[in-house]
Design a protein around this ligand. Structure first.
Ligand SMILES: Nc1ncnc2c1ncn2[C@@H]1O[C@H](COP(=O)(O)OP(=O)(O)O)[C@@H](O)[C@H]1O
Ligand SMILES: [Mg+2]
Length: 404
């Protein structure tokens, strides 16, 4: 709440799958989530949970959502808690019943969990300003990780330019995290010589690591990006534990609006921690069989980890000039649409590496920069649409392209 703690959301639904889905999404959106599978169970935990808001399914065995809502709204200690009803049908009589029971808002199933997160935030703000309380803190930041099981598929190029696009679009606070711990390429791409890296964090006691410590070990680039660099030598890569990654990433997420992670081409345990914390995993695919197979393998693993398709974004990168597989065949094989195609264009990519000036900084109005900016916009707009963002040339250009 106002003192910096997370808002506590109690979700009541008899469908375990929905509970899991909503829990993941709301958790990622920065809420503390509690669940109950029935109205009875919710009543039992209510005094200890003390939720800031309740999301309530209508159709449940035992007491239904309307009845439970009525009870909540008639007891003085629970009546101020805002309630969002999950109604099965969209017809007006359902809506009326919900409001008669005292619900503050409703959302029709099947619903988009992102919309639910936005509605919760809006309702909490509305309720608080009506009560004259401070609005909820800004949502925690969002993590995008850039991955491929194939080296040289353009992960570092994309991660660096995505971070930059987010700065250009939203003037956002962006962290770039080099988790390709044995390569150290992000610093090179930005022409930075970091004084400190992940290796210095690894020397700290876990309990000492807080925001100040992490910020002290990051390197600021002229564009505003903050880099958490990979160690200078691969030897120290082994000192960076999954636990450390699991401590540092949430700190970064609470400090930055966006955290972009450049991943190595493997399923190291440190990566699994990062994937778990990522809002979006961007999977790069190159248009040849080996690239396609690597992408398919990665998708199978994400599937076995229970990651939903909505968390994945596929980018096709033409890292070579020859005729590659048609886009449609790649989409069929991956059973996912391609969100961005990066054309083969060696000059700006190689120049960027050689000069240490990222493509989007060197030539922000080139065609390829525009494609990357549009993609960054699509990835981030849902998180930023209610933010008070200063107008920028890049943002206006991209919004015009989407007719916004
Ligand atoms: N679309 C592209 N066209 C031409 N060259 C590219 C393209 N994308 C990446 N490259 C080049 O491919 C090489 C590997 O890219 P990099 O971003 O380092 O990949 P990774 O991090 O996956 O190993 C670099 O030399 C980069 O300049
Ligand atoms: Mg790389």
């Amino acid at each position: 709440m106002a003192n910096g703690q997370k808002d506590r959301i109690l979700v009541v639904d008899d469908n375990k799958l929905i509970l899991k889905l909503v829990q993941d999404k709301l958790g990622a959106a920065g809420f503390e989530v509690f669940t109950a599978e029935s109205a009875e169970q919710a009543s039992a935990i209510l005094p200890s949970v003390k939720p800031d808001l309740i999301v309530l399914d209508v159709m449940m065995p035992g007491m239904d959502g309307y009845e439970f809502c009525r009870r909540l709204k008639s007891a003085p200690e629970t009546s101020p808690i805002p309630v969002i009803m999950l109604t099965a049908r969209g017809d007006i009589s359902e809506k009326v019943r919900g409001f008669e029971a005292g619900a503050d808002d409703y959302i029709v199933k099947p619903f988009d969990p992102t919309e639910l997160a936005l509605r919760i935030r809006a309702l909490l703000t509305r309720v608080r300003s009506a009560r004259g309380l401070a609005p909820a803190p800004a949502p925690a930041g969002h993590i995008f990780s850039v991955f491929s099981l194939r080296g040289g598929s353009g992960k570092t190029s994309l991660a660096v330019n995505l971070a930059l696009a987010l700065v250009q679009l939203w003037s956002a606070e962006v962290a770039l995290v080099d988790l390709a711990l044995e390569a150290d390429h992000d610093a090179m791409m930005l022409d930075l010589r970091p004084k400190y890296t992940w290796a210095n964090l690894a020397e700290k006691e876990q309990a000492e690591i807080d925001e100040d410590v992490v910020m002290g070990f990051m390197t600021k680039h002229a564009t505003g990006i903050h880099l958490l660099a990979a160690p200078p030598t691969p030897i120290s890569a082994g000192t960076i534990t999954p636990k450390l990654v699991g401590t540092v990433l949430p700190i970064l997420r609470s400090r930055f609006e966006f955290v972009v992670i450049d991943m190595p081409s493997c399923f190291a345990e440190t990566n699994l921690v990062a994937f778990d914390l990522s809002d979006i995993i961007i999977l790069l695919v190159t248009p040849e069989l080996a690239g396609l197979k690597a992408a398919r393998t990665a998708l199978d693993i994400f599937d076995s980890l229970g990651y939903r398709k909505e968390r994945l974004s596929i980018v096709l990168n033409w890292t070579f000039p020859k005729r590659g597989l048609p886009q449609r065949n790649i989409e069929d094989a991956l059973r996912l649409p391609i969100d961005l195609v990066i054309p083969y264009d060696p000059a700006p990519f190689v120049d960027a590496i050689n000069s240490g000036i990222p493509l989007l900084q060197a030539n922000p109005s080139s065609r390829i920069a525009f494609e990357l900016q549009k993609y960054a916009y699509q990835l981030s707009v849902e998180y930023m649409q209610y933010a008070n963002v200063p107008a920028s040339e890049v943002l206006s250009r991209v919004q015009a392209a989407f007719g916004h």
